[in-house]
Ligand binder design. Sequence first.
Ligand code: SF4
Length: 60
Amino acid sequence: MNNLSWDEKTCQHAGNCVKGLPSVFRIENGQFVIDESAASLEEIKKIVDSCPSGALKLQD
Ligand code: SF4
């Protein structure tokens, strides 16, 4: 399992992640939640790369 982290202070709330891969990146009860198991590593990598702020980080 990879280690996907999200830095709330860095996030610019551009929404690329929740729009691009809603199965993994969701807002639930006002909280940002990440479910890494809901997509392939390739799909997640694409979203991490598309994040404009660098708030998302993937560690192998
Ligand atoms: S794509 Fe990056 S900046 Fe945009 S909401 Fe997601 S984590 Fe925040």
